[in-house]
Structures are given as C-alpha cells and as structure tokens.
Design a protein around this ligand. Structure first.
Ligand code: AMP
Ligand code: MN
Ligand code: MN
Ligand code: MN
Length: 279
C-alpha cells in the first residue's frame, strides 16, 4: 500500500464533531482520502460504523482515538492508531477518563453564571450528541448561538481557554496511562497537534523525551492546527527524535473547521509516514 492522502485525525458526533461516523467516512472518500482513521475524543463508540461505511466505499480504515491527558498541568492530546478496540486496558481506561466530564461541565456552567452568563450548561446540553462526552466545543457552539462571540475560536479566546472564566481544571489521564493503554492494545501512540501546546522549547523537549521513553512512536507534523512554520519545526523534531510523522485535518464539521478532510499539505518527503507502522 502506498497512500498519498492519508488523514489520521478527525471527529464525529461520538465526541464533538458535527457529523455521524458514516457521513465522515463519505466526506473523507469524497475528498480523496485514501487511508483514514476516525479519532474521537476519549471514546471508541464510532469506530464500528466508521469502518463499515469506509469499507463499503473501498476506503481503508484504521482504528483511532484522541486521548485527553495532562502533563505537568498542560493539557495535551495523544492520538492512538491501529489498536484492538476491544482491549480491556484501553476500553476501561477511556471509560474512567469520560467519567467526570459531566461534573466538569456543570462547574463550567456555574463559573460562567458567576460572570453573569446564565443557563450555559443547559444550553450546551442541546448540542451534545454523546451524553458521556460533553466537551468545551459544545459550550462554544451554544455561546456562539446566543451571540456571546462571533465564532467558536472567539469563544475559546475569551471564555473557554485556560485562565478564562469558563475554564475549569480537570484531572485527565497521565502521559504514561495514555501511551500504556494504546500500546497494550497493540496500537501506535502519536502526539496530536504539538504546535498548539503552550510549552517552552525546553519543556517540549522534556515532554518528547518522556513520550519516547514510554514507547511513543510518532508526532503529527502536518495538522489542521499547524502553520507552515509549525510544519518545518515539527519535521525537524521528528528527524531529531526518529519519530514517524502523522498527518491529520482535525476536522470537526463542515462550517467549523479550517481544514477539510484530506485537504492538507503533503508530509515532507524524507519523513517516515506513521501508516508504515500500522498497515
Ligand atoms: P475539552 O476536551 O472539553 O477540553 O474540549 C476540547 C475541544 O475544544 C477540542 O477538541 C476542540 O474541539 C475545541 N477547542 C479547543 N480549543 C479551541 C480553540 N482555540 N478554537 C476552537 N476550538 C477549540
Ligand atoms: Mn474536539
Ligand atoms: Mn486535540
Ligand atoms: Mn482533535
């Protein structure tokens, strides 16, 4: 297999995406994706439908997930690829991780009420498509709908990012947990959109050292969240650490995402594409 347009990062209604898994599959195929993974946040519930739809379209499919962790108080996302979706370590680990999202969401509602914006928890629930997976994206959509900000990024900037009034700390998984669950289930661990984290150069190195020591194998180099400078920077880090490189749009929905499925730059040619570890 020699895919030329793999996309290993996107979301469905099983987490905070806007389309059901089979529609994401159709969109991926329609956009020319030739090897695809669905990577919902902390939940494997969309994989069976995604695989069935993809296979009916002749689109090769890889199991995926995007796990929420915190590393020295910095929230980070680790993508898992090509794992056994029935493996108890992964299944149970993610179930534990989903617990607590409800409570956090209630606290986000209280915290926004304290600055005079009432009813946001109840409002956000109308946007939730998986009751176990309420995310800040659902809050953002509701806040846009009542005119608090013009668009989702605007809401994050002023209300939902760390340090802002609607942000509530949460105990996510640890780095060793996420990488351990993925590897126990036979999968490959990938650092999602490293350009998004507020880490100094030295802290990023410490993080990548730890990730590699734990058996992490790849980083996203081409991502819907990366600028051209990020691509150059993380390509250099991939070479330095001998990581494989991943590529993913982080597509959430037609009107919401900057980058559509499969509409990404190619990986720098000398990098080792992560699909080589999987298919
Ligand atoms: P949570 O898992 O509840 O912390 O929510 C994280 C989700 O919020 C991410 O997966 C994105 O879908 C969305 N998100 C986070 N930061 C931003 C941002 N700056 N702009 C738009 N969406 C964001
Ligand atoms: Mn999301
Ligand atoms: Mn993410
Ligand atoms: Mn994502």
């Amino acid at each position: 297999m020699q895919p030329s347009n793999f996309d290993f990062h996107c979301h469905s209604r099983v987490s905070d995406g806007l389309l059901p898994p089979d529609e994401v599959a159709r969109r991926a195929a329609g956009n020319g994706v030739d090897l695809w993974a669905l990577t919902d946040h902390d939940d494997l519930g969309g994989l069976a439908d995604a695989r069935t739809a993809a296979e009916a379209l002749g689109l090769p499919f890889v199991n995926g997930v995007e796990i929420s962790i915190e590393w020295h108080e910095t929230p980070i996302h680790i993508v898992g690829l090509g794992f056994d979706a029935a493996h108890p370590a992964l299944v149970d680990g993610l179930a534990g991780l989903r617990q607590g999202r409800q409570e956090r969401a209630r606290r986000m509602g209280e915290s926004l009420a304290a600055i005079g914006i009432h009813g946001v928890y109840e409002g956000a629930l109308a946007y939730v498509t998986n009751p176990n997976l309420i995310s800040r994206a659902h809050f953002a959509r509701y806040l846009v709908s009542i005119g608090i900000a013009r668009d989702v990024p605007g809401v994050f900037q002023h209300y939902l990012a760390p340090g802002k009034p609607g942000y509530v700390d949460h105990r996510w998984a640890g780095l060793a947990d996420a990488v351990g669950w993925i590897r126990a289930a036979g999968g490959v661990a990938v650092v999602a959109h490293p350009g998004r984290y507020k880490l100094s150069g030295a802290d990023m190195q410490r993080f990548l050292d730890e990730f590699k020591d734990l058996g992490g194998a790849a980083i996203e180099v081409v991502s819907g969240s990366h600028s051209p400078d990020h691509v150059l920077h993380f390509a250099r880090l991939a070479r330095r650490y001998a990581f494989h490189a991943s590529r993913g749009s982080d597509f959430h929905g037609p009107e919401e995402s900057y980058v559509d499925l499969g509409r990404l730059a190619a990986l720098p040619q000398d990098l080792k594409p992560v699909w080589r570890l999987i298919v």
